[in-house]
Design a protein around this ligand. Structure first.
Ligand SMILES: Nc1ncnc2c1ncn2[C@@H]1O[C@H](COP(=O)(O)OP(=O)(O)OP(=O)(O)O)[C@@H](O)[C@H]1O
Ligand SMILES: [Mg+2]
Length: 319
């Protein structure tokens, strides 16, 4: 079904490092016929301990995980929504994704250039979120111009869209608030879908920390605090370390993970969090030939609620 998660962020914050680790993990874990779809997109198996348990009982010829596609998108800069730094092209790439993994630099390293010359994750997040909101604002303004005309002729959907744009979307975006935090009912949610807005996509933050940056890291704390306010998830991970781990042979990997006190590669948390972000559900089929995981969507909307409410109790992140 091709679920896509875009890796988004400022330039040089570690997006490709994460992508490389993710896609190498994919290739190593399974031999996919279409593993690399485009130079910057890769299919990744979703690790699931339940499937491992089933496979241990059934002992099938092969085990097939369910998959997700990750897309490494070029870095955005301030002014991207006005075309700065090929911004329009990159924003169009984001538009094609189902969810956003927003990589934020939370590591100090004088050897790695930061586009703003300062490590300030909240400022970085604001730049990206502002560009996405401005881009949506422009899309909504354009759409309003169109529907104003069609609404005059009494077209029911145009009338509904016009009031949604005027009363809800434009005021919200003018405050530089993401559409995913807007309270909407089912009908409005369906209309919003047709606008393909960037800030309506479910979003999580990937805090890219230093190898020793998981504890007492004020940058990470800042991101976690902001995310909790937004009801978003944070996955703290050292992308550089993940890239190194993925190069190791399987037995070396396990030994290395044990020495650094990790049960599994941090990548698994990224993949699982992305999967949860899309509110997907896995079911399994098992037989002597194969144990296979399948994906189905379980999103049911009933009452008025934010476009994408948080799915974790506040302060509890899949770390
Ligand atoms: N956690 C980390 N600690 C230290 N260095 C890191 C970490 N993560 C990434 N780096 C380094 O940061 C540099 C930039 O990484 P990368 O190329 O992945 O960034 P990017 O976000 O893809 O950049 P661009 O937007 O320009 O494509 C690389 O030298 C990489 O090794
Ligand atoms: Mg890159």
């Amino acid at each position: 079904m091709g679920i896509k998660c875009g890796i988004v962020g400022l330039p040089n914050v570690g997006k490709s490092t994460l992508f490389n680790a993710l896609t190498k993990a994919g290739i190593e874990a399974q031999n996919f016929p279409f593993c690399t779809i485009e130079p910057n997109a890769g299919v990744v198996p979703v690790p699931d301990p339940r499937q491992d348990k089933i496979a241990a009982i059934v002992k099938p010829d092969k085990t097939i995980a369910t998959t997700m596609e990750f897309v490494d998108i070029a870095g955005l800069v301030a002014g991207a929504s006005k075309g700065e730094g090929l911004g329009n092209q990159f924003l169009a790439n984001i538009r094609e994704t189902d969810a956003i993994a927003h990589v934020v630099r939370c590591f100090e390293d004088p050897n790695v250039i930061h586009v703003a010359n300062a490590i300030d994750p909240l400022a970085d997040i604001e730049i990206i979120n502002t560009e996405l909101a401005l881009s949506d604002l422009e899309s909504c303004e354009k759409r309003l111009q169109k529907v104003v005309r069609t609404a005059k002729s009494g077209d029911k959907e145009s009338v509904a869209m016009k009031s949604l744009l005027e009363d809800k979307l434009l005021p919200h975006l003018n405050e530089v608030q993401p559409v995913r935090s807007l309270m909407v009912n089912d009908t409005e949610a369906e209309l919003i879908k047709t606008l393909h807005l960037l800030t309506a996509k479910p979003t999580m933050y990937i805090a890219n920390v230093a190898e020793d940056g998981f504890e007492e890291n004020p940058h990470l704390t800042a991101v976690e605090t902001l995310a909790a306010e937004e009801g978003a998830q944070v996955v703290a991970i050292c992308n550089k370390l993940e890239e190194e781990i993925i190069e190791l042979e399987e037995d070396e990997k396990l030994e290395f993970l044990e020495t650094i006190g990790m049960e599994e590669p941090g990548l698994n948390r990224v993949i699982r969090a992305a999967y949860q972000l899309l509110d997907l559900q896995t079911y399994f089929t098992a037989g002597p030939k194969e144990v296979r995981a399948w994906t189905s969507s379980r999103r049911h909307r009933s009452t008025s609620r934010p476009c994408h409410p948080h799915r974790f109790p506040k302060g509890v992140y899949p770390r």
